[in-house]
Design a protein around this ligand. Structure first.
Ligand SMILES: Cc1cc2nc3c(=O)[nH]c(=O)nc-3n(C[C@H](O)[C@H](O)[C@H](O)COP(=O)(O)OP(=O)(O)OC[C@H]3O[C@@H](n4cnc5c(N)ncnc54)[C@H](O)[C@@H]3O)c2cc1C
Length: 314
């Protein structure tokens, strides 16, 4: 049997794509998710910016109802890791980790992204408990408080500027004495009164108590350790886009990517390969928010429905 649509990844983008694809009339739709559905937000202890959801709710609580809602309309979940997606004529081949192959007329790739960690002590243990990689998500929790930003690229500087509007003070910790960012952005950072540059300094250890982060130790180039007391540490040292499944045996990708490895899509989430859509954190310029990933998933599914209808009935 050839699937109408294969969805790879079961985070907010994949689950919403599954809801719209099945409810919109596609019959054989399978979501391939290597773990429990829900995606990266399930590691967050609190989400405050999903529309319509008020009160304290964890990322896990937010996502629990999503799979059941999709299954009601016929979405099937195959708990397996996908190794590769290829295309032969009009048919996509979904290569599973056990070596078997499933065929599909359309594919929506929703494998997300993962923030890179800087690798200092306590970072993993306190991730989601004061250590964050998303200012839009977590900045508001530190309104009027001091925070630390780690990194020296465009994202780190843009996020420091964003946080400086909410927080009383931002310590920008960077291992060099110059930034890898647009000169304009660097100038804005330097002009912002409540951003203190902590240059030539490397984070050693983030520490805290059972309520979360309370501070971070950073070492400068002379070996001196500075103890910065702050309840929030934002790490922006890069992001991995989970695009590996699109890499073909010859080393090329199944569709076009930008220089960051993000999948290039148009506003209907179509990639440069017919029948292949991408949604959520994996697509170019993704805002990396649950609501945006969900919106992308819905748009991609509507595109897949039209594509399959066109392919099979015209
Ligand atoms: C700690 C934390 C806090 C956050 N807080 C907020 C917040 O407050 N508000 C907000 O809006 N956003 C927040 N985000 C961002 C939000 O979680 C992401 O933008 C969103 O989850 C992206 O959804 P997605 O579906 O594109 O990808 P993901 O959520 O990354 O889901 C991708 C899924 O694909 C699966 N997958 C990957 N590769 C394969 C494969 N080869 N085979 C099978 N399955 C695969 C993964 O297991 C995963 O479940 C936060 C993120 C983190 C990490």
């Amino acid at each position: 049997m050839i699937l109408d649509c294969a969805i790879i990844g079961g985070g907010p983008a994949g689950l919403t794509a599954g809801l719209y694809a099945t409810r919109g009339g596609l019959d054989n739709v399978v979501m391939f998710e290597k773990g429990m559905p829900g995606g990266q937000i399930t590691s967050s202890s609190e989400i405050e910016n999903y529309p319509g959801v008020t009160g304290e709710i964890s990322g896990m609580d937010l996502m629990i109802p999503w799979p059941a809602q999709c299954q009601k309309f016929g979405l099937k979940h195959d708990m397996v890791e996908i190794k590769r997606v290829s295309k032969d004529g009009d048919i996509f081949k979904i290569h599973k980790e056990d070596g078997t192959v499933v065929e599909a007329y359309s594919v929506i790739v929703c494998t997300g992204s993962s923030p890179k960690h800087a690798g200092f002590k306590g970072e993993n243990e306190l991730f989601g408990k004061g250590v964050s990689s998303c200012a839009t998500c977590d900045g508001f929790f530190y309104k009027g408080k001091e925070v630390v930003v780690v990194g020296g690229g465009d994202t780190a500087l843009e996020e420091a500027l964003y946080l400086a509007k909410i927080c009383s003070k931002v310590y920008l910790v960077h291992r060099k004495d110059s930034f890898r960012s647009a000169p304009n952005t660097v100038a804005r950072v330097k002009k912002t009164q409540n951003i203190e540059l902590v240059l030539n300094s490397i984070p050693q250890e983030v520490y805290g108590d059972n309520m979360g982060v309370t501070g971070i130790l950073v070492k400068d180039s002379s070996g001196e350790i500075r103890d910065i007391k702050a309840p929030g540490v934002f790490v922006f040292v890069g992001n991995n886009v989970n695009n590996r499944i699109l890499r073909q045996e010859d080393g090329n990708f199944l569709c076009d990517m930008n220089e960051k490895g993000e999948v290039i899509v148009d506003i209907t989430m179509k990639t440069t390969t017919h029948g292949l859509f991408a949604a959520g954190d994996i697509r170019l310029s993704a805002p990396k928010q649950v609501v945006c990933a969900a919106g992308d998933g819905a748009i991609a599914a509507l595109g897949a429905i039209s594509y399959v209808d066109e392919l099979l009935n015209h």
